[in-house]
Ligand binder design. Sequence first.
Ligand code: UTP
Length: 274
Amino acid sequence: MIKKCLFPAAGYGTRFLPATKTTPKEMLPIINKPLIQYGVEEAMEAGIFNMAIVTGRGKRSLEDYFDINYELEHQLKGTSKENLLKDIRNVLETCSFSYTRQMEMKGLGHAILVGESLVGNEPFAVILSDDLCDNEGGQGVLSQMCKIYAKYRCSIVAVEEVALEEVSKYGVIAGRKIDEDVFVVDNMIEKPSQEEAPSNLAIIGRYILTPDIFEILHRTKPGKNGEIQITDALLEQCKKGMVLGYKFKGVRYDCGSVDGFVKATNIFYDKLKR
Ligand code: UTP
């Protein structure tokens, strides 16, 4: 039902400078796999095989990564190391990739709007690959969300309960529960103070969006921090129709922050050794 997944990946990743001066944040590895590959594999698990990536200046290595490296293939062919390319080969054999560039970093809402030409007029998923989600061998977060979409056919944001001291880092929803872990959103505030926060349900980097979001984004004015915010566009969608918040099963690591990145690295390393 959902055929395309958009990856906004144009941000500067300033929290990882100087590494991100020439290496895209999405290419930073947790153990031996770049963050974006975890995202792509989560989309594949949800039955989505068309990946649309919004890149920016200095992000060429993303395109090179999702392409064949003939020299390397030739070098490793028939050796014991060939196995190391198994997962990425599988990605390349099963998925198609398209790219566009966000020329000015005007916020997540703007990055999604830039992806319009790749997505077209159909519902689509969005993965922010710096949020690494893991459901310990169970159904992936995007897969869980696709199921909810099949039932309700409206935009969905993945939410997680966070500590009150953390709400100011996120878009936060207020909602009415209609199903197990499913809320109808009636308000949404981007990066609220603790006093302003309507709940502690924070939006994380997984969305399913219906295509009318583009028409709204075209009209959305810069909001918090002077950026075009996806939460402002979603708020309009929920006033006109319905937007759901889904409290997903699994764990999310904020790999856009050094703390989250280190935590994910340690946990994935422990899993490897198990
Ligand atoms: P972040 O704000 O977490 O990423 O944006 P950032 O700006 O790259 O990181 P810092 O704060 O400077 O360390 C969330 C996601 O939205 C994308 C980013 O690439 C990231 O995946 N994004 C954000 C864009 O693609 N374009 C934008 O204009 C802003």
